[in-house]
Design a protein around this ligand. Structure first.
Ligand code: FAD
Length: 206
């Protein structure tokens, strides 16, 4: 989608393949939310994240049967990670890795020594038995809202446009219920769930 605009009968959506007319539209474009809904640009903010897979020194301690998926508050910040599963490495990331807001179209996909340092510090301090060689590192994007709760709502000015955005690094596990909510918002204008936590106007109400 290159552009959307309301018209008398609903919404017109322009794409490289052509222009489509629809009665209703759901916008779920992840880090690009602020491009397609400008009022969200300061409320759904893309942030560069980095993940690291380390070769454990004691692999037997990092197997799914002995080591949990974790999400851990620490004085240095919040680390998350997984046991060795699928690929032979212990996976770790840190929320708000290096506090790098970014343009989703121009993300720095290079891995820098500073990226490794952030995650290595967490491994050394909290998982010393995983402190073997780095096997791989990757970048990805989170799209954060100010309170890190999702945006699941209808557009404040165009109620036939529904928006799901700002999943703040924890949207994947909710995708089935989010799909149901967005279908209900688009088709009937409301959801059976209480969505007050996810309304767009919470950012202007205070
Ligand atoms: C490394 C990493 C680990 C994560 N781990 C977890 C986890 O363990 N648990 C969890 O719950 N969540 C996790 N998340 C977060 C989760 O992936 C996101 O919250 C979720 O994917 C957000 O969904 P979304 O649909 O908003 O965006 P996306 O998944 O980014 O999807 C948006 C889609 O819109 C498309 N798009 C963008 N612009 C346009 C356009 N103009 N026209 C058409 N299409 C467009 C994009 O190509 C993309 O396919 C993780 C994220 C990352 C990066």
């Amino acid at each position: 989608m290159l552009h959307w605009e309301p018209d008398r009968d609903g919404v017109r959506v322009r794409t490289p393949q052509g222009t489509y007319a629809a009665a209703r539209l759901i916008i779920t474009v992840g880090p690009w939310a602020g491009d397609l809904v400008p009022s969200l640009a300061t409320r759904a903010v893309p942030e560069r994240q980095v993940l690291l897979w380390a070769q454990p020194l004691r692999p037997e301690r990092f197997q799914p049967a002995t080591f949990p998926v974790f999400n851990m508050e620490s004085p240095e910040g919040r680390f998350y990670g997984f046991p060795v599963y699928g690929v032979p490495g212990f996976k770790i990331g840190k929320y708000h890795h290096r506090l790098e807001r970014t343009d989703p179209g121009a993300v720095d996909r290079e891995i820098h020594p500073e990226d490794e340092m952030v995650l290595r510090e967490g491994i050394r301090r909290y998982f010393p038995d995983a402190d073997g060689p780095t096997m791989a590192m990757k970048t990805c994007l989170f799209t954060n809202t100010p309170d890190e709760h999702f945006i699941l709502d209808r557009h404040p000015e165009h109620p036939n446009v529904a928006i799901a955005a700002g999943f703040s690094g924890h949207g994947y596990k909710f995708c089935s219920v989010v799909g149901e909510i967005m279908a209900d918002l688009a088709l009937g204008g409301r959801s059976a769930f209480d969505l007050s936590l996810f309304e767009i106007r919470r950012f202007t109400a205070t």
